[in-house]
Write a protein that binds this ligand. Structure first.
Ligand code: DGY
Length: 320
């Protein structure tokens, strides 16, 4: 008998077929509506493998409902939606999709940095709203990117890819990371500094660290107070690493110049969220890895992890 798996969102047919070659598949067929929790709680009961997204909370309550579950394959590199300890205790393997989204997420991070510092969305609305009457010297002026200093918080794969892009703009690249990385320093030409120093010296602060107990509110009122009044903060990692209330206050009071945010503490962000009222904030709906090629690669990798997990092989990307 084929192992039973459940897929929590409509994914490309070719990936479904790949999984169907080995497994008996059931899928939540909606693209834009996440599976209701009570349905997932039922579906989990007799499956061997779960293919899920970062929108599903995989916690003790859910895991305790699963009798046969061997593997949870998360179609994301981040896995803060999953209680890893609870899964370990139950012998459930958790997998993720690192590597395949690195360059795409770095592209988006840099695009957001550029859009925020050069006020692209504001300028586009200005034109569309009929406010463009003439060219004038200081109209819609932003911050320069070339030769500026960028501070990358979290020098993992995506941090390195952003650093490489920054070097192309002749930027000075500072970084802060749990561990210093001499090989990356030599290879790309980046400089390790303490977090406070990075905040004080950078024109752009880019958050790329994983979400964990240690990184919740890593950037809060105190840290924002170190930043330059001309500085731009970019977060394409996870909401909650930057405290949103503190960020709102800093932007409102012009303690920092602007922010570009792809990720929020609660997603989707509510339309009455205070950050959305500020003109110096560019907001995106968590699209860091959203290129057609990359999302297909992520789905494929998640499928491979799932198949290996339910057929008693060790998946390539087990979260430890
Ligand atoms: C991830 O993979 O963790 C991103 O946030 C979505 O691609």
């Amino acid at each position: 008998m084929k192992p039973k798996v459940f897929i929590t969102r409509k994914i490309p047919q070719e990936i479904v077929e790949k999984i169907e070659a080995v497994c008996s598949v059931e899928m939540w067929e909606q693209e834009e509506i996440p599976i209701p929790r009570e349905i997932l709680l039922t579906k989990i009961q007799d499956i061997d493998g779960l293919f899920c997204l970062l929108t599903e909370t995989i916690d003790e309550e859910l895991l305790s409902n699963a009798k046969n579950l061997k593997v949870v394959s998360n179609m994301a590199v981040g896995y803060n939606n999953i209680d890893i300890e609870a899964a370990k205790q139950r012998g459930v393997i958790i997998t993720n999709t690192p590597g395949v989204l690195t360059e795409t997420t770095a592209d988006l991070t840099f695009a957001l940095l550029m859009a925020t510092s050069r006020r692209l969305f504001e300028a586009s609305s200005y034109l569309r709203n009929g406010e463009w009457r003439t060219w004038s010297p200081m109209q819609l002026t932003g911050q320069d990117i070339f030769e500026a200093t960028i501070g990358i918080v979290g020098m993992g794969r995506i941090g390195e890819a952003v650093a490489r892009r920054a070097k192309g703009f002749d930027m000075k690249v500072l970084y802060h990371n749990r561990n210093q990385k001499p090989e990356v320093e030599d290879m790309i030409g980046v400089e390790y500094v303490e977090l406070d120093q990075l905040l004080q010296q950078s024109d752009f602060v880019v958050i790329l660290t994983p979400y964990s107990k240690e990184t919740v509110d890593l950037i809060s009122e105190r840290e924002l107070s170190f930043m330059k009044p001309t500085a731009v903060l970019i977060n394409t990692a996870r909401g909650g690493i930057v405290n949103e209330e503190a960020l709102y206050n800093a932007l409102r009071d012009k303690k920092i110049w602007a922010a570009g945010i792809d990720v929020f503490e609660t997603e989707p962000v509510q339309l009455d969220h205070p950050l959305l009222t500020l003109p110096n904030v560019v907001v995106l709906p968590h699209i860091g890895s959203a290129s057609i090629k990359t999302r297909l690669k992520m789905a494929e990798l998640a499928a491979d992890n799932l198949i290996k997990g339910v057929t008693n092989q060790t998946p390539d990307h087990v979260v430890e």
